[in-house]
Design a protein around this ligand. Structure first.
Ligand SMILES: [Zn+2]
Length: 250
């Protein structure tokens, strides 16, 4: 009984992601990564996007001067799951039915979806990478925790290939995947930077807990080109820190 209820809840979450992402042009203005609807104007496009310009705790950021702290280890309890791959008009988004969860010092967060940006939105000491993945998790209170994974060009990435081979080329289209294991994307080291920020797309909502892995993973140049053929540039520029501190594990 409990398992059935959980399944129903997750289905609703996925339906919600689908609807809010794709139905937004109907009641909220379209946004993009180029003028006149690009990041510098997001905050002016609609009242619900106001934080994109007025927010003081925004993402992404350039990670510099991190304070060394005893950060709790990231505990990934991932499992293989069926999933959908959606081209949402801004990126490719993978939404598993039940991929497990992430446990932080602040509690347990269920995996909701992952998606990609090129170039990377986060930079480390001013260095940008060709791509990143954002692994989005949500706790029972609805609070978000995102794990950012940076990619550099190098070896072919078999985990990524599952998504690239399936991704729909037409915005709004969805493809079903029989099984995907999110754990296959993670580097061996889970050492990370932590800071408080926001969604990096409208409505730029704040209170998002960010964990940026310091170990970079690889993708081949052919894989990077395959993604960039659909989305050549879908990264928000870095935002001011405004006195926030960034922590890093020792
Ligand atoms: Zn993202």
């Amino acid at each position: 009984m409990k398992k059935q209820l959980l399944g129903a809840t997750l289905t609703l979450i996925i339906a919600g992601v689908y609807t809010t992402t794709w139905a937004s042009p109907g009641h909220l203005p379209a946004w993009s990564y180029t003028a006149p609807t690009g990041p510098e104007n997001w905050g002016d496009l609609h009242g619900e996007y106001a934080l994109c310009s007025s927010g003081k705790v925004q993402s992404p950021i350039d990670i510099n001067d991190a304070t060394v702290t005893a950060l709790a280890p990231l505990v990934f309890s991932y499992q293989p799951s069926a999933a959908t791959v959606l081209n949402n008009g801004h990126t490719i988004q993978l939404s598993p039915t039940d991929s497990g969860s992430l446990t932080l010092a602040s509690g347990n967060y269920s995996f909701v979806q992952m998606h990609f940006h090129t170039p990377s939105e986060e930079s480390i000491q001013g260095r940008t990478y060709p791509m990143d993945a954002h692994l989005v998790h949500r706790n029972a209170a609805g609070e978000l925790a995102v794990v950012a994974l940076l990619f550099e060009e190098g070896a072919h990435n078999p985990a990524l290939e599952v998504i690239l081979a399936a991704m729909p080329t037409v915005a709004g289209d969805v493809v079903n995947l029989e099984s995907i294991d999110i754990a296959a994307f993670l580097p061996a080291s889970h050492h990370y930077y932590a800071y408080m920020g926001s969604l990096t797309t409208p409505p730029c909502a704040e209170g998002v807990r960010w964990q940026v892995l310091s170990s970079v993973v690889q993708l081949s140049s052919a894989q990077l080109r395959a993604f960039q053929a659909l989305y050549p540039m879908n990264a928000r520029p870095v935002q001011p820190l405004n006195g926030r501190s960034v922590h890093v594990g020792s």
